[in-house]
Design a protein around this ligand. Sequence first.
Ligand code: SF4
Length: 517
Amino acid sequence: MKHSTKIVLTAERTLMSNYHGRLFLGFCACAPRGLWPDFVFFRVIAPPVETLSDGRAKVAPYGSRKIEAALLEYGFSEDDVAVVPPSKLKKFVGRSTKVVGVTTNDPLGLGPATSTFSGPGGLVNKQSYNAWQFEKLMERLRRMKRGAKIVVGGAGAWQLLKEEARRRLGIDVVVVGEGEKVVPPLFEKIVNGEDVPEVVYGEIVEAEEMPTIRGATVGGIVEVARGCGRGCKFCIPTLRKLRCRPLSRIVEEVEVNARYGVRGITLHAEDVLRYGAKGVRPNEKAVVRLFEEVLKVSGVEMVGPSHFALSSVACAPRLLEDISALLGVGTEERPWVSGQTGIETGSPRLMEKHMYGKALPFSPSEWPDVVEQAFGICSDNHWVPCATLIMGLPGEVEDDVLRTIELLDRIKKYKGLVVPLFFVALGALEGERSFTIYDMRDVHWELMLACWRYDIKWIKELAKEYLAKSPFYVRMPLMRFVNWLVNKVDKRIEEMVERKKEEVRRRILAKAVLRTS
Ligand code: SF4
């Protein structure tokens, strides 16, 4: 039966997957299209989210759930609003639909991870899965929307500020920034047929005002704090003010997830270890209590952090030990817990210049020691940091990159993953030039290779530990596959780097010839 709902909330297909509860697999959406056959990507890596009997999404991106909750709190009814995956749009978008709200993280593939691996300035000049899927979704919505307005918001909405992009994709309104306060009145105006601006800026929402989600989320994500306050210059402005949500609200959202059968909860914040903190030092009691209370929720089996800061780890060394004890990590059942973090650079000079606050309460000159110490503490407590590095920060010189390579050498004995990313001109550095493959010098390739060597060492180890409790007949073929894949890439990586270097050299030369002719 066709429902045709007044407000339909959706997201492109790579966001509408639960990635088997392994959120890190979501990074595959940043890869260039064609890296895997489409059926492997959409069936094996990113199978679609399950749906409820009426066709609504069983789990959905946290951003869509927040907007859904804000609309319901504002006064729209449950019949007015539906969160649906792209495959069910036909059932919900129809004559009575006035607004289709789309959540996006990286609509044009301009985010740091995507622009490093895919697109015209990336390692492989092919469109990424996420940008491709966003384009496809927009194309479908243009065809089916009738009179409805397409409103796009979410973490990647900044990419749609250019009118040309909105026209090309058929977007009527873009909401940039936090949406809970501005989206409900905006949708009300659209529903009433009133005129609305093409670009709407969000407003800071205080922690107590953030609505409680009504449905389950991809990866069991539950936001515990919003913002950061460390003030790295390349980070988007919304990350500036840290607001920690009341514990009772967090627990309510965990309960909502558990009711829908979600067993693994990802506590989301830019630095989960600063939950309840007043300054940069962790409030250890508050963090431990957070984990304790979430673990108490019936049905919850696994809890982990989305992100944590290395400076927080280094200044509260006992905290990880306490959390690990609560989570029961370091066992065959749960060998480790992982989360994303940022090293960004091994150069104190660049730390001082662009991210002074990231090292606090330590100084930028102590940063390499802080990173090494934090990796050591993580290793002792079975935490696996998945860390990013940034290449091409404004003002970077060869010595800065060499210092990062040196730092990688210092931490190579500690388990983790390190991903080098290209600098994207965002936040206070918006006016600078983003880094591309054509800016790569020999030292950057060396850094990439150093990251790869670090990663292969630990990928095999992590896979072995991860599969340890699987039956022998599952473990053996999977381990063989992982080893085969890693060895295959390893054998070809230096050759690939040489080929890429040559491609870049030829392109730079061709451009220079064009300029002089
Ligand atoms: S520490 Fe991370 S989240 Fe905070 S401002 Fe810096 S980059 Fe952004």
